[in-house]
Ligand binder design. Structure first.
Ligand code: ADP
Ligand code: MG
Length: 690
């Protein structure tokens, strides 16, 4: 507030908009890109592809245009080669006083082309003398919000505030890493890094500054995760599963309908080792859709039973929980194992019966939804919890599980949404990871086609052939919260149209707004083959298993994320027949969308898809990380591009903690202080991760 050119009003905006309240805060408000501001263009050099332009010229005149909300101020700006139009939608009254007609200005902004006219909205304008007071070489550009712009806090203004702050700090900035680390990783000092990230003396120094700051950010992130994990391992013991007994063996030899794949065997071995180690198992099992995770879940639960414990399997939806219940009941038939189902819609009368049986240990395997972590559900001796499709499952719930026994039960988290390595190391940094990288034999990879909606008639022809051969079909519509109403209408219409197009077949419909019992009944009809076509929203996304379904049609595929498309595609290709996934879209698509759809048609590999998804969307959007309540809050590092730095940072964090787990050595005190400080700043955030 006391800096020249800031004052109470702008200080308030900085606080509200970007949470900047101190000198330190603004020094850590890094540019999002760099541009060369030494170059001044001529108007006749401009083309529509330039991300920004810098011109020297004068304003000829102003004109107010439009009415009401469309009201805007325009100006003609010219140099000796031509003229362009400037537009303002805010501050219409003040602008002509601020920027005078006839005065020479340096203009900076983003050009847009309308027909043959070039237009720059909300340009930055400075007189020449003011301009040359500032920095004119390679310049950082700062993100600014609408409100900041209205308060004249555009990028250039931020830069000036930072200049002042740096001029006011005479001493070098206090170091935030220790000397050993700086030397080993060849980092520049924090002082040099901060100064160069804002005002790069050269592109080499800019790169070094970026490396230093990214490294530091990821280093502290990893240090935090690893320290918490270590602490938990030390504090919490683990239940011991020492033997493989009758439940496991009888199932394996009498009931197992097929040979396990090698990948399944490998994972079972890993789980055996974990549960026999004296530590609590926290394992993430990644396996593509259809890779046979349910069986791994069951085998692990049987291990728990063999050692006198109960097991639980938790699924994100009622449909999925019910399906698991049925599958598992079927699989353990004749083995004298008590299995029960508990979901939100389990009636009170039924609860009254099963809750005491869970408490007494009579029920050995409990399957259900979130309902099973409610406080009223008490176990006799819960040994293992399997959490299926965890991307619908919050971190808080995971912590609740640990409280279900005096020594926390082992936890196996299963997901078909492959998590890129860098994310896994961060989001699930405290989990060990197993991978099933092999599908059961005899599966044919699903063929994926991208088709424009206009050509859907041809598609229906092929679909009818599949139906005639006795196959079943899914048709999925997007349903996204904001546009829920129209989406539901689309679904409803789709349902009617489908019935008209295929009058000789029966059609089911499910969506999230239906009552669970209704939904269940419709789903069941499709599972049993009573209906041949399922029109649905993404509620069928996870887990549903109908091996006879061979075609997945996705309407408005452009509106789905890559992982979601991959999940949906996983609903088919579960039997021995060739299956198809059809992505229907309109013809006009953005470059990014085309790329996404192309990836789907090119590969069935969930890991490749997850990596591409991360690149295209950035980690903030990856399914589930938001719901898990994890705010990354990274200021400069980018998990999709800085994986290499992340790995180095993790290795160093590991090395330091190995010799000094509590960071008590003199040379590590600076790390401890900095970590504490960061944790305080990010009240929600990293601590939540474990
Ligand atoms: P997901 O990993 O997607 O949860 P599921 O556990 O639902 O996969 O398994 C998909 C299908 O594969 C099921 O019908 C299951 O019976 C079958 N399956 C699982 N393991 C094997 C195996 N080793 N050999 C043959 N089929 C298997
Ligand atoms: Mg599954």
């Amino acid at each position: 507030m006391y800096l020249q050119g800031v004052g109470p009003k702008k200080a308030e905006v900085l606080k509200k908009e970007i949470e900047v309240v101190s000198w330190e805060d603004i020094l850590y408000y890094f540019p999002y890109k760099y541009i060369d501001r030494s170059k001044i263009f001529k108007i006749n050099e401009i083309d529509g592809n330039m991300p920004y332009i810098q011109l020297k010229g004068k304003i000829l005149n102003y004109e107010l245009q439009g009415e009401g909300r469309a009201r805007r101020l325009t100006a003609t700006f010219c140099d000796d080669t031509g003229h362009i139009e400037l537009v303002w939608f805010r501050m219409l009254k003040q602008i002509p006083d601020l920027y005078k007609v006839g005065t020479e200005y340096i203009l900076f902004g983003k050009p847009t082309i309308f027909g043959h006219r070039i237009n720059v909205a909300h340009p930055e304008l400075e007189t020449e003398s003011k301009f040359y007071e500032g920095e004119v070489g390679v310049q950082g550009q700062y993100n600014t919000t609408e409100k900041m712009k209205s308060a004249f806090l555009h990028s250039r203004a931020i830069q000036k505030i930072i200049t002042q702050v740096l001029e006011n700090i005479k001493e070098p900035l206090p170091e935030t890493l220790n000397e050993t680390l700086i030397n080993k990783v060849c980092l520049i000092s924090i002082d040099e890094a901060i100064r160069n990230i804002h005002f790069p003396k050269s592109s080499a120094l800019l790169r070094k500054a970026q490396f230093r700051l990214k490294f530091e950010e990821l280093f502290y992130l990893q240090l935090n995760i690893l320290q918490i994990t270590k602490y938990r391992e030390k504090r919490l013991g683990g239940l011991l599963f020492t033997k493989v007994g009758d439940y496991f063996n009888n199932f394996y030899h009498k009931n197992l309908p097929f040979e396990l794949t090698n990948a399944q065997k490998k994972v079972i071995k890993e789980i055996r080792r974990d549960t026999n180690s004296g530590k609590q198992m926290n394992r993430l099992l990644q396996g593509d859709v259809g890779s046979g995770k349910t069986l791994v879940a069951l085998l692990s639960v049987l291990l728990a039973l063999d050692n006198g414990f109960q097991g639980a399997i938790m699924a994100p939806t009622e449909i999925l929980a019910t399906q698991h219940y049925e599958t598992i009941n079927e699989l353990v038939r004749g083995l004298d194992i008590q299995v029960a189902l508990l979901t939100g819609s389990t009636p009170k009368s039924r609860r009254k019966i099963i809750l005491p049986m869970i408490k007494s240990g009579e029920i050995q395997i409990l399957i259900g939804t979130h309902a099973l972590i409610e406080n009223v559900v008490e176990f006799d001796n819960l040994g293992l919890v399997v959490v299926d499709e965890q991307h619908r499952f919050g971190v808080v719930q995971r912590a609740k599980l640990w409280k279900k026994n005096t020594i926390p039960p082992h936890v196996l988290v299963m997901t078909a949404t492959p998590i890129p390595r860098t994310l896994a190391m961060t989001v699930y940094g405290d989990l060990d990871v197993s991978v099933i990288d092999e599908l059961p034999p005899g599966r044919k990879p699903v063929k994926t086609l991208h088709i424009y909606s206009k050509k859907r008639n041809k598609l229906y022809h092929s679909v009818r052939k599949q139906l005639q051969e006795g196959r079943q079909i899914y048709i999925v519509y997007p349903l996204i919260e904001e546009s829920e109403k129209t989406d539901l209408q689309n679904l409803q219409e789709g349902f009617e149209i489908t019935k008209q197009i295929f009058p000789e077949y029966k059609v089911s419909m499910v969506h999230g707004k239906m009552k669970p019992a209704e939904k269940e009944a419709e789903m069941q009809k499709f599972v049993s083959g009573e209906t041949q076509i399922m029109v649905a929203t993404t509620v069928i996304e996870v887990g549903v298993n109908v091996p006879n379904a061979s075609v997945m049609i996705i309407e408005n595929a452009e509106r789905f994320g890559l992982s979601q498309l991959h999940q949906l595609r996983g609903r088919v290709g579960r039997g021995a027949d060739q299956s198809f996934c059809i992505l229907l879209t309109r013809y006009e698509l953005s470059e990014n969308t085309r790329r996404r759809l192309a990836i789907m048609t090119e590969t069935n590999d969930g890991f490749v898809i997850a990596e591409e998804d991360l690149k295209l969307r950035g980690p903030g959007d990856i399914d589930g990380t938001q719901q898990s309540g994890i705010a990354f809050n990274l200021k400069i590092a980018n998990l999709s591009h800085d994986g290499q730095i992340l790995i180095i940072a993790r290795d160093f964090a590991q090395e330091i903690l190995a010799s000094d787990p509590m960071l008590e050595k003199a040379q590590n005190l600076v790390l401890k202080d900095q970590l504490n400080k960061l944790n305080k700043q990010r009240q929600v955030g990293w601590f939540m991760i474990s």
